[in-house]
Write a protein that binds this ligand. Sequence first.
Ligand code: SF4
Length: 269
Amino acid sequence: MINLKRNAKLALIKAQGKRSRIDTIYVPNQKKDFKLSRSKFNNFLLCPRCFYFDRVIGLQEPGMPGWALNTATDHLLKKEFDVCRKEHRPHRLFARNGLNHVIPLDHPEIDNWRDSLHKGLMHRFEATNIILSGGIDDIWLDTTTQELIVVDYKSQASDYPVETESYLSNEYHQSYKIQMDFYNYLLVSMGYKVSPLSYFLVVNADRNADGFYGHMKFSETLIPYQHDISWLPNKIQAMIDLMNLDIIPESNMSCENCAYAKERGSLDQ
Ligand code: SF4
């Protein structure tokens, strides 16, 4: 994909390839606090080398266009759930999923926790200088147990029916489960009691409609997911250990970007 660097006024400027904001670059064994988001942790799992280039060396990843339609469905769902949140009542989807005892959580921090860019859930990892963060889509409350339920909205357009088993076993959805595990880990670390079940709210666009006619129809499915946070502390520690080394790790042999860059580099010589 060809992506051209522009400034805030959208004028083309020289792409530098490195970040200028020094506080986003980790110096091995630094003592100062350093914030790491859930998405950076996921990058570490996918390819420690690219994670290291990004967080420790400070390479600037090429920009990506936003997911405008997905962001719009998230935004509208948020508005809809906020009405129920304010009125302390279950959402219309809850009754048909046996969740009449559940309401969207009304909490003074909910907007901060949903702000993935600037705040999110936040917690210091053990006795380190690493502050882990993650912006959630929503949290619901089980009114019988007072447990928090983590919720992630997912938008898609698939011809396959949205069913729990196939959705959760889909290879492309494994990172969604990691995302849920991570949010639950943060909430537990922050001292909250969480429900053993989290939910993906999957809205699936109907591609078999007769035409567009100015609107798109979506089905709505709640996918329950039994999260697991037990594996996270070791992996998070491994990520921190890597950041404190002066050794650049191996690349992921399945990465198309790296294969492209290698071939491209050989042509430039
Ligand atoms: S394999 Fe290369 S391009 Fe791909 S994620 Fe890793 S370092 Fe980045």
